[in-house]
Write a protein that binds this ligand. Structure first.
Ligand SMILES: Cc1cc2nc3c(=O)[nH]c(=O)nc-3n(C[C@H](O)[C@H](O)[C@H](O)COP(=O)(O)OP(=O)(O)OC[C@H]3O[C@@H](n4cnc5c(N)ncnc54)[C@H](O)[C@@H]3O)c2cc1C
Length: 493
């Protein structure tokens, strides 16, 4: 039996492993951390669980093909229970609140009441959110393996989507915000995703939740990761943790195995890498193998920005179920040369397994950029520790200012920075998504093959912008399909 060896045990690596087994290969995953999951993670502190990934899982609607892929890897099934959340988030400005409810009629009504002067723009936005519900992520096979019939079927399924691209495909979120007159509406457009993002991405995100195709599985991100890892093991796969890869051994035009940091060489018939691509090229394999477009993207930080976060998790002795995610003005926070005057707080009250009864975990997040990453990197160990502590306290002060009832009832559980993501996952500039799709750039997409090496395949969220869990998931499946296609075998797995 052919052996597939996979570097990286995040969602992409686990998915590749499961599909390799389904295709009849032997499969082994080598993961640098003590647990698989990568960025789909959660951890415990002081009797609380900090869930740090799924805000929405695209593919929770059982009528979608993506649901089938999540089911195949054991992430969700017909019996999965989801959080009873009813909103995406709320923006607050000068005492005015606007919410993107999952119920889009309710949102339209609320927005029209609060901002009647923006009626035309609101109606247009909400109409296009309805159209955006038709957006699907191809999950049967890679785009380049699709035939005419597949394209016709996809075109039918996404019939309304071109309308979204026409109106919102060539403007950024800041430009979208400019179309509104009411200040709180402007904020609503730029409060969640980075303002450089192409506006259509935002409509698709909201539409995914509003259509019921982007729910949050209860018990959180780590539990989902562990279900997938369990399925892989039950099917006969082997995961090696605390097993960082040092290099992919390439001889001539073939990858012959994986060399681990301890010097062990694991032999392989096929190698799939599912680690961050910025780490892959230059560390596991020579940078000369990096596709041109990807190289350009890394070199052009303005056109291809990435985002991360400075985050804190706190315990509060209050229920806080109604809050959801709120974004509000705060006293300026300084990180290096940057000043932040808005912050977000998310209540995890929707999942009772995260905190003791009557208590809740709150997270605050300050979105971080490439420049912020450089700032954090420039600090000494002591400065880094001190800055984290200072910012954590400042965030708590600002939470209390926004929610005075929490005064004296907040305990900081943990805080982490873009450097944490880099240390834990080798994530490029701490980014936990792929490149931001901006108006000026070409959407990053590459095939996941390595020119000149016939049996080395690339999976992971960086193969297609904007990344995220569904892209990681299908990229693992696609890597296995590429092996099958190369060998002229059926790719129906
Ligand atoms: C706060 C936060 C919120 C998010 N919210 C959402 C959301 O709501 N919806 C959504 O779809 N996505 C969300 N994401 C993004 C999602 O988590 C990622 O897109 C996805 O998990 C990426 O999976 P991956 O397998 O491509 O990469 P990774 O998770 O980075 O996996 C790569 C793996 O490779 C391992 N590795 C690295 N170097 C080596 C080495 N040398 N040897 C062996 N192993 C190595 C890493 O440890 C890691 O396990 C969020 C992420 C975060 C952090």
């Amino acid at each position: 039996m052919k052996k597939v060896v996979i570097a990286g045990g995040g969602i992409a690596g686990l998915s590749a492993g499961i599909y390799a087994l389904k295709a009849g290969f032997e499969a082994e995953i080598y993961e640098k951390n003590a647990l698989p999951g990568g960025e789909c993670m959660g951890w415990n502190r002081k009797g609380y669980h900090i869930d740090n990934c799924i805000h929405w899982l695209t593919g929770t609607d059982p009528d979608t093909k993506l649901w089938q892929v999540w089911k195949t890897v054991g992430a969700i099934d017909e019996n999965t229970e989801y959080a009873a959340e009813d909103k995406f988030y709320t923006s607050i400005l000068d005492g005015k609140r606007v919410t993107l409810w999952h119920d889009t009629d309710k949102t339209r009504k609320e927005l029209l009441e609060i901002a009647p002067e923006d009626a035309d723009e609101i109606n247009k936005f909400m109409d296009h959110v309805e159209y955006a519900k038709s957006c699907v992520i191809p999950s049967d096979k890679p785009l380049d393996m699709m035939g005419i019939k597949d394209y016709i079927a996809m075109g039918k399924e996404m019939a309304d989507f071109p309308k979204v691209m026409k109106e919102y495909g060539k403007i950024s979120l800041s430009e979208l915000a400019e179309k509104f007159k009411t200040p709180v509406m402007k904020k609503l457009m730029t409060d969640y995703l980075p303002k450089e993002y192409t506006a259509y991405s935002f409509l698709v995100s909201y539409a995914t939740m509003a259509s019921g195709n982007g729910k949050i599985p209860l018990k959180g991100s780590l539990a989902m990761t562990l279900r997938i890892a369990e399925k892989f093991k039950e099917m006969g796969g082997r995961i090696f943790t605390n097993a960082p890869a040092k290099r992919i051994v390439i001889e001539g035009n073939r990858a012959t195995g994986l060399e681990l940091a301890d010097g062990t060489v694991v032999e392989a018939d096929e190698v799939i890498t599912a680690v961050d691509t910025a780490f892959l090229y230059g560390n596991l394999i020579d940078r000369k193998y990096m596709p041109k477009d990807l190289k350009k993207a890394y070199e052009n930080r303005k056109a291809y920005p990435v985002t991360s976060g400075f985050q804190i998790a706190c315990a509060i002795d209050a229920d806080f179920s109604e809050t959801g995610t709120v974004v509000f003005d705060c006293e300026p926070l300084s990180i290096g040369d940057q000043k932040y005057e808005r912050m977000s707080v998310k209540s995890y009250a929707y999942d009772k397994s995260f905190a003791p009864e009557g208590r809740t975990v709150l997270q605050a997040n300050v979105v971080q950029s490439d420049e912020d990453y450089r700032y954090w990197e420039s600090l000494s160990k002591e400065e880094y520790k001190a800055k984290k502590a200072e910012l954590s306290e400042q965030l708590v002060e600002r939470i209390v200012k926004a929610f005075p009832e929490l005064d004296g009832r907040i305990e900081i559980l943990d805080c982490w920075t873009p450097l944490t993501y880099n240390r834990y996952c080798n994530a490029y500039h701490g980014s936990y998504m792929g490149f931001v799709t901006t108006v000026g750039n070409k959407q990053m997409r590459f095939k996941g093959v390595v020119k000149g090496v016939s049996n080395l395949f690339v999976a992971g969220q960086w193969v297609m912008s904007p990344g995220g869990l569904p892209i990681a998931l299908v990229s693992g499946k696609f890597a296995v399909q590429r092996i099958l296609r190369r060998d002229k075998k059926s790719i129906d797995i």
